[in-house]
Design a protein around this ligand. Structure first.
Ligand code: ZN
Length: 301
């Protein structure tokens, strides 16, 4: 049976955009629920400046409290060398770095241009590789930018080429639809190109559901060779550039789509729905995911 790894991003990408804050203990419980449901890779924390992202100020504490389990990989986000050193010291199994496909978005969001960010990646890669941890780079705004509009595939391809260069190539490259504008043919084309440019690098998709195309895009990505897909329990999160928009694609909805299509995820759907409900209770709102409301495929009456 074909299979795809679902990377649970609610503890970082999801919670970072939510108004309600979870306590450190609740974050650890959330990650525990994801693991109990069968998730093997979790974006657990962000090692960025806590002044910029106060929701993630407890990253070191979250990592300290997480149980170390065989086969479970915790991912820490780092945007510079200092962050990578913190993530490694905190015990992250993988470090994720971000390069933005649009120069304007890069300047506004990272406070640095694309060329400078690529230099930063080489330093981060050195830290992560010398510590023997896995690395991934997310190409953000790969399908469209809130400032520059269309992002041509040629621009994304040249970033892929730069990233895939010899000794600093990450173990995995993720293509991210940060503002939720992509459609499946665009996703298919981008993953085809990534597979050609960097065949030895694992491929991952990151889709926001801002315009309700997230699940279709995720499916297109796995058809085009993505081995991993990001999703957040309940579909929590948001997008700072699209007010009132929904967040990542919901983990439980993605599990339903893939498993009913004969693609294994290793995740128990009912447990994932339960975790999404738990998360909605903690956030004090109904989560955007549909399976949390509709339930799984009905049993015969
Ligand atoms: Zn995201």
């Amino acid at each position: 049976m074909p299979s795809v790894d679902i990377v649970e991003v609610a503890p970082r990408d999801g919670l970072q955009s939510e108004q309600a804050r979870l306590t450190t203990a609740e974050k650890v419980e959330l990650i525990g629920l994801a693991v109990a449901a069968g998730v093997r890779r979790i974006e657990a924390a962000s090692f960025v400046n806590p002044k910029r992202v106060p929701q993630m100020a407890d990253a070191d504490e979250v990592m300290r409290l997480l149980p170390r389990l065989a086969g479970i990989s915790y991912i820490g986000l780092a945007l510079n060398e200092r962050g990578a050193e913190r993530a490694v010291a905190a015990g992250c199994d993988e470090v994720n770095f971000v390069v933005v496909a649009s120069e304007t978005f890069s300047q506004r969001n990272q406070g640095a241009g694309i060329a400078e960010t690529l230099d930063g990646w080489r330093r981060v890669a050195a830290v992560v590789k010398s510590a023997g941890r896995r690395s991934s780079v997310t190409i953000a705004a790969a399908f469209g930018c809130p400032f520059e509009g269309e992002i041509g595939l040629d621009r994304v391809a040249s970033l892929m080429e730069r990233l895939a260069e010899n000794d600093t190539a990450p173990d995995e490259i993720a293509l991210a639809d940060t503002i939720g504008v992509a459609v499946p043919p665009q996703v298919r084309a981008a993953f085809d190109v990534l597979g050609r440019i960097a065949p030895a690098v694992k491929r991952r998709g990151h889709f926001h559901n801002t315009r309700n195309t997230g699940l279709a895009n995720a499916f297109a990505a796995q058809e085009a060779g993505a081995q991993a897909l990001d999703a957040s329990l309940g579909g929590i999160g948001g997008c700072p550039f699209a007010p009132a928009a929904t967040g990542n694609i919901p983990t439980e909805d993605l599990v339903y789509l893939l498993e009913r299509s004969g693609i294994g995820t290793g995740i128990n759907l009912q447990s994932a729905i339960g975790a999404a409900q738990w998360l909605g209770d903690k956030l004090g709102k109904r989560v955007p995911g549909m399976l949390e409301k509709a339930g799984p495929f009905p049993a015969a009456a």
